[in-house]
Design a protein around this ligand. Structure first.
Ligand code: 15L
Length: 267
């Protein structure tokens, strides 16, 4: 039987490296693309050294691909020109190359920063809430979601945009106790996105089943996601760092300190 081929952009980045061993399996080929060097590994992965902004390279990389997992791009705030080129234009190039190559499914790494200015005090935030980006980076994630919606509606691609909370080995602060996506749950969530029949276009929240939480996991569960981790096992250690200021940026906004002056690159 023909193996399933998954193209992962941004494979040399933090999430790419966490996910690679978790998504590798028999009957599947991972095609790993990044502008930065990628460890050749021993899992039979195909390595492509290219930028997501290079249309020809992306078209070649999409050949024989079943699923595009688009993690590529700048993962923090940058000046507008860089965000525009790498995150917004790069996402267009990746999706359009996938369309031209007949890739049926695209799973997009959106971010909590697409809705960063929402206030968690209002209760469980709707995972697909209307955009409230907190940075240029957040705007690029809104654009990524809009592109995904266009490619689903206009070209019939199945597209899931995952508004990822904080995907690290462990949460680092009180906010991340609420936004943490364990790498194992990240892999579980992406597997659900790959396998869901006819998703059309969906926006889901990407987090573990954290006891302390701000955003609803229901849309992700509806796709088949069954999280198994909870940040609460790190709570004692993080609570020992001291009580965070309830009125500070960290705990007042979903996007945390990204909503504050330290992350302002507009000037
Ligand atoms: C993101 O979107 C970033 O890529 C990541 O570096 C984290 O900062 C995360 O959000 C977060 O908000 O914790």
């Amino acid at each position: 039987m023909k193996p399933q081929r998954i193209l992962i952009t941004g494979a040399a980045g933090g999430m790419g490296r966490l996910l690679r061993p978790r998504l590798a399996r028999p009957g599947r080929v991972l095609r790993l693309l990044d502008i930065a060097p990628i460890d050749p590994g021993d899992d039979g992965a195909e390595i492509v050294r290219a930028s997501v902004t290079d249309a020809d390279a992306m078209e070649a990389a999409c050949r024989d691909v079943d699923v595009l997992l688009h993690l590529g791009g700048l993962s923090t705030e940058h000046c507008w020109e860089q965000i525009l080129e790498v995150n917004i234009h790069g996402s267009y190039v990746a999706l359009d190359a996938a369309r031209r190559a007949g890739v049926a499914r695209a799973v997009l790494a959106s971010s909590n920063h697409a809705i960063g200015y929402l206030r968690p005090e209002d209760g469980d935030i709707d995972a697909a809430a209307f955009p409230r980006p907190d940075t240029h980076y957040g705007v690029s994630k809104v654009a990524l979601e809009a592109l995904g919606s266009l490619y689903a509606d206009r070209y019939g691609m199945g597209v899931v945009a995952v508004r990822i909370g904080s995907c690290f080995e462990r949460p680092k602060d009180a906010r991340m106790l609420r936004t943490w996506l364990s790498p194992d749950d990240g892999a579980r969530l992406f597997e659900a996105c790959f396998a869901a029949p006819a998703p059309g276009f969906r926006v889901v929240w990407g987090a573990s089943d954290n006891t302390r939480h701000w955003v609803s996991l229901e849309p992700a569960r509806a796709l088949g996601y069954a999280p198994q981790d909870d940040s609460e096992r790190f709570a004692a250690e993080i609570d020992a760092q001291g009580e965070p200021d309830p009125d500070g940026f960290l705990m007042s906004y979903l996007g945390g300190t990204w909503c504050g002056p330290d992350w302002n690159t507009a000037e």
